[in-house]
Design a protein around this ligand. Sequence first.
Ligand code: CO8
Length: 258
Amino acid sequence: MAGPEMILVETHGRVGLVRLNRPAALNALCDQLMDELGAQLLAFDADPAIGAIVLTGSEKAFAAGADIKEMRDRAYPAVFTDDFIGKRWETVLRVQKPVIAAVAGFALGGGCELAMMCDFIIAADSAKFGQPEINLGVIPGAGGTQRLTRAVGKAKAMDMVLTGRMMDAAEAERSNLVSRVVPADQLVAEAIKIADKVASLSTVATAMAKAAVNRAFETTLAEGVRAERQLFLSLFGTPDQREGMAAFAEKRKASFQR
Ligand code: CO8
C-alpha cells in the first residue's frame, strides 16, 4: 500500500512526530490529510516504542483551516448524515498517549481547533491563532467555540469568533491558549525535547494524567475529583508505581515498563 502523501512521519527515540505536509494549500485539512493523520496517530498510540506524540506543520502554517475548496459544495442534509467531522476530526481525541501541538505560522479555523484538541500547545513566536469561519458565512465546527472559550474566556473567544481576528503568540500565551512560546527556529526541537521527557515516564501514568486533566473540561469539580482519585488509586495496581517510588527511595533513575 502506498504511504501517506500529506503528512511526514518521523520518530525521535520514544517520540513520534507528525508533520502536516501540504504546503501548496498551507496545510488545509482536507479529507485525505485528516484520514492520513488519524491513521498515523492511532498507529503511534498502538506502538509500545512510542511514549508521546508531537503534531506540527510548517514554518508558514500549522494549518490554515479545513479545506474550503473541498467544503464549498457540501450541502445539507448530506453533511449531517456523512458525519464528516465526527469521523475524521476527532481521532486525535481517541489517542491515549500525550499529544503536543507545535504551532508555527497560521493555526486558523479547523487548524486552531485541531491544535486545541491536542493535550497542550507550544507556539513559535510566529504563531497566529484564529477562528475566521465567520468570514465564510459559517462558524467553527470542530469544537472551536467551546475549546477556545474554555481556554481564553468568553471575552476573547467572542471577539475572535465574531470578528475573525487573529491572536499572535504573545497574546495566546497571555490568554492561556498555549503553554509556552519559543523562537520559531527552535520550535520542533523544543517540542521533541518536551515530548521526550513525557515519553520517558510511565506510559500508563501519563495516559491517566491526561485523562484526569481532560475530565476537568467535562464534569463538575466533585465528579472530577472522584474520577482523579479512582485513577490515582488504580495506579497502585501497576508495576510503574512500585518502580517509581522504589527508585526515588533508592536514589536511582526509575525504569518504567515499555
Ligand atoms: N482551504 C483551502 N485552501 C486554502 C486554505 C483553506 N483553508 N487556506 C489557504 N489555502 C490555499 C489558498 O487558496 C492558496 O492556494 P492557491 O495558491 O491555489 O490560490 C494557498 O493555500 C496559499 O494561500 P494564500 O495565497 O491565501 O496565502 P496568504 O499568505 O496570502 O494568506 C491566509 C494566508 C491568511 C492563511 C489565507 O490563506 C486564508 O485566509 N486562508 C483561509 C483561512 C480560513 O478561513 N480558515 C478557516 C477555514 S473554515 C474551517 O476551518 C472550518 C472548520 C470546521 C470544522 C471542520 C469541518 C471539516
